[in-house]
Design a protein around this ligand. Structure first.
Ligand code: APR
Length: 258
């Protein structure tokens, strides 16, 4: 059971969501998938502690040494393919199911929001489940490590080593994703920002678009970020898979839909 002061914070977040009357959106980052066993990039045990992003996450590094980068990608895909949505993902799916969340922008490439049931997901950094060829336009949709006899996976048209269809540093965010996410952020009366260090742009600008358009920002994280204070109207410090279910329960209590 949480202290009354924390219950009041959950209820304040729920009131913001209910007052938005369906015009709520979300921005999620790696922190929401930590409880599903997928390490975040930064902070303790972060992936970038183990793999230097300048050697493994830059598109120039991939073009120069694709086999080396696949050393990290293979490890990441093995974890992602085993991962299941956790209570935080399921809470956002519940909010969409109740008509309270009209879209969800994610920086994550693990597909767990869709697996949890969210339908309106904007994958801002792409998704690891699809591979693409940098030499021709062949694509391997719904790639599974278990289906790949020889690593790294190669293009069946031209033989080049394939790349997961995710945005590497030095690549552009897909235009459609940037447009859709910006529009969702500007239209939202409230944005739930969950599990992101707000370090990487332009994703980190989405909450600012909501704020500038007169919306509110609720931030859920283990610690404060650059958004806390200047942008976030409410910063709730705690694990997303504990906080989000409490916010959904408060929405149900306040709207009498328990
Ligand atoms: N609940 C809530 N927040 C959490 C949890 C948790 N259980 N665990 C970690 N966090 C928070 C951390 O405090 C941190 O602020 O999640 C955030 C994770 O930050 P990053 O690892 O930087 O992940 P993210 O913000 O998604 O990174 C953005 O950077 O490397 C690129 O493309 C990559 O999409 C990624 C982008």
């Amino acid at each position: 059971m949480y202290p009354k002061s924390l219950i009041r914070v959950f209820e304040r977040a729920a009131a913001f969501i209910l007052e938005a009357d369906g015009r709520a959106t979300g921005l999620t980052g790696a922190g929401i998938s930590v409880a599903s066993g997928i390490p975040a990039f930064r902070g303790s045990q972060g992936l970038w502690d183990k793999y230097d992003p300048s050697e493994y996450a830059e598109i120039s590094s991939f073009r120069r040494q694709p086999e080396k980068v696949w050393g990290m990608l293979g490890e990441m895909l093995a974890v992602v393919e085993k991962a299941q949505p956790n209570k935080a993902h399921k809470s956002l799916a519940k909010l969409e199911g109740k008509g309270l969340l009209q879209s969800l922008i994610t920086q994550n490439v693990d597909g767990l929001h869709q697996a949890a049931g969210n339908r309106k997901v904007i994958e801002f950094h792409g998704a690891t489940r699809h591979l693409c060829c940098l030499e021709c336009d062949w694509r391997w949709a719904n790639f599974k490590l278990s289906k790949c006899k020889n690593m790294p996976p190669r293009c069946q048209e031209c033989g080049a080593i394939l790349k997961p269809d995710v945005v590497f540093f030095g690549e552009q965010i897909p235009k459609w994703a940037l447009l859709e996410a910006s529009s969702a952020a500007e239209k939202a009366k409230v944005m739930l920002v969950v599990g992101t260090s707000a370090n990487v742009h332009p994703a980190a600008e989405m909450p600012i678009l909501t704020k500038k358009a007169g919306g509110r920002v609720i931030e859920i994280n283990l610690g404060p970020t650059s958004l806390s204070g200047p942008v976030s109207d409410l910063t709730i410090l705690g694990p997303a898979d504990e906080v989000l279910p409490e916010i959904v329960a408060a929405c149900e209590r306040l709207s009498g839909s328990e």
